[in-house]
Every structure is written in structure tokens, then in C-alpha cells.
Ligand binder design. Structure first.
Ligand code: KIV
Length: 275
């Protein structure tokens, strides 16, 4: 672990000042959290991407769908991750509709992610009207990571999961939103699906660290969905993903090998049996 102790939100702010890039990965379960912690990944996100990776929710065009994810889903996966991780900073996504219908409801949902889910911070999507929510939570000592650009909970409003910020008016809105989120107290902002040059400009316009996904190399940190990073993706792999392993192929090969050994009576053998 980079600091030899549990990571705090203040470490991320310092790393930005020092120009130290950092990695963040999603995690949804105890085992993955323990292994990623062992690898020294400093920030783990219990993302609502679990709607696709863990629960199999899909949009009509086949892409992953985060809208059906509930707070109970998040609490179950978050607490599992919290039991597996010792040192990473743990961030949990607020699911759709838990922070859109009133500030008290948002504080209750976010508070539950900390209190019952074992998270140290929450993430929520959007600028504009969501800035008030960020302020409400941070004023109540709930650290918030923002999320701008391609925000999957707005898939229907965006007309699909599309890169954001190519049009000047959208780019200008992103410029305003990131400054508003910083001013409202967000400690970091995810920039997703944004042209590299704009993401780099947004990163330079604030003192809080940005974490990019499909936003080029100019962000302070980088995040990937762990299934994509490990080569476990079911369905199309997004353009921005580099697969650092091919565990999906390994899993199929291992399952075939197990099946063959069982069918041929080669497993279990004496070595793997009790006398
Ligand atoms: O839910 C998620 O996994 C995310 C990341 C893609 C940033 O929001």
C-alpha cells in the first residue's frame, strides 16, 4: 500500500499536488477486495456498474444497465468489500433515485453506505442540480466523489452511452460543473467518456483530483471496471479498456479441464481424497 496505512481522502489531494498518478478499480465482493488490497490498489469503488457485472442488468441495446440497482444491492456488495479490504479508500456509488428526490433522502442513503456498508465516501453522478446534494452531504461530513461526462444513470437522457463534451455547449457545462462540484466540497471527480484534451483541461482547472475512465491520460488517476481490466467482460469491450489479463479465457479453460477430469474419472484422485 503506497502509504503503509489505510488511505484517506487527503492522500488523494496530496498526490495531485505531488503529480503522483493513482489507480482505482471497482470491487464488488470480499475476495476481489482482498486481492486488490494485496496489490496495493489505493482506491476501491463499489460501483453501481455491479448492475451489469454482478446482476446481469442490460439495456435494450445490450449495454450494461445501472438503473435497476437498489440501495440494498449496494449495501450487500459494499459490506462484503469492506470485510475484504484493509487499506484501500472505499467509495460506494449512490444508486439511481436515492439522491434525486430530496436532500434528506440523499443523506440517509449516503449515511447508510458509510454506516452499514463500511464505505468511507460516496460517489454520485451529475453537476447542475446535483451540486446542492454534494454540498448537503459534505456539510454533514460525508465525503463525496463527483462523476461527470458519460454518466450511466443518465443513459436515457443522453440518448445512449455516448462520449460527452464534443459539442462546445456541453464542454462549457462540464467546465462549470467541475468547478461547482469542487466549490460544493467534492474531494475528487470521476471524468468518464470525455475527449482527452477536454479532460486534461478540466483536470487543470481544479485543485481536487480527477479520476479518468475513457478520458485519456491527462487525469490525475485512472479507474477501470475490474471485470474489464481482468478480461472477464461478457459482451463487447469498450474502446478505452486495456485488458491486463484474460481471466475469462482462463476460467473457461479451467472449467473445461475440470469437466474432462470428472468425466474421465481422473478427479478426485487419491491425492485429493481422504484416507
Ligand atoms: O459504477 C462504476 O463502476 C463507475 C465507474 C465506471 C467509474 O462509476
Amino acid at each position: 500500500m503506497p502509504e503503509g496505512r489505510p488511505i484517506q481522502i487527503t492522500d488523494l489531494l496530496r498526490w495531485k499536488k505531488e503529480g503522483r498518478a493513482f489507480a482505482m478499480l471497482t470491487a464488488y465482493d470480499f475476495t476481489t477486495a482482498a486481492l486488490l488490497d494485496k496489490a496495493g490498489i489505493p482506491v476501491l469503488l463499489v460501483g453501481d456498474s455491479l448492475g451489469g457485472t454482478m446482476l446481469g442488468h442490460q439495456l435494450r441495446d445490450g449495454g450494461p444497465d445501472t438503473l435497476p440497482v437498489t440501495l440494498d444491492d449496494m449495501l450487500s456488495h459494499a459490506s462484503s468489500v469492506a470485510r475484504g479490504s484493509r487499506n484501500a479508500l472505499l467509495v460506494g456509488d449512490l444508486p439511481f433515485l436515492t439522491y434525486h428526490v430530496g436532500l434528506d433522502a440523499a443523506a440517509m442513503a449516503a449515511g447508510r453506505l458509510l454506516k452499514e456498508g463500511g464505505m468511507q465516501a460516496v460517489k454520485l453522478e451529475g453537476g447542475g442540480a446535483m451540486v446542492e446534494v454534494v454540498r448537503h452531504l459534505t456539510e454533514r461530513s460525508i465525503p463525496v466523489m463527483g462523476h461527470l461526462g458519460l454518466t450511466p444513470q443518465s443513459v436515457h437522457a443522453m440518448g445512449g452511452l455516448r462520449v460527452q463534451g464534443r459539442e462546445p455547449e456541453v464542454a462549457d457545462r462540464l467546465r462549470r460543473d467541475i468547478r461547482a462540484l469542487e466549490e460544493a466540497g467534492a474531494f475528487s471527480v470521476v471524468l468518464e467518456g470525455i475527449p482527452s484534451a477536454l479532460a486534461q483541461e478540466l483536470t487543470g482547472s481544479v485543485e481536487i483530483p480527477t479520476v479518468g475512465i475513457g478520458a485519456g491520460p491527462g487525469c490525475d488517476g485512472q479507474v477501470l471496471v475490474v471485470h474489464d481490466m481482468l478480461g472477464l467482460t461478457v459482451g463487447p469491450v469498450p474502446k478505452f479498456v486495456r485488458q491486463f489479463a484474460h481471466l475469462g479465457e482462463d476460467m473457461v479453460a479451467a472449467a473445461l479441464s475440470f469437466k474432462g477430469a470428472v468425466e474421465q474419472g481422473l478427479y478426485p484422485d487419491t491425492e485429493h481424497s481422504y484416507g
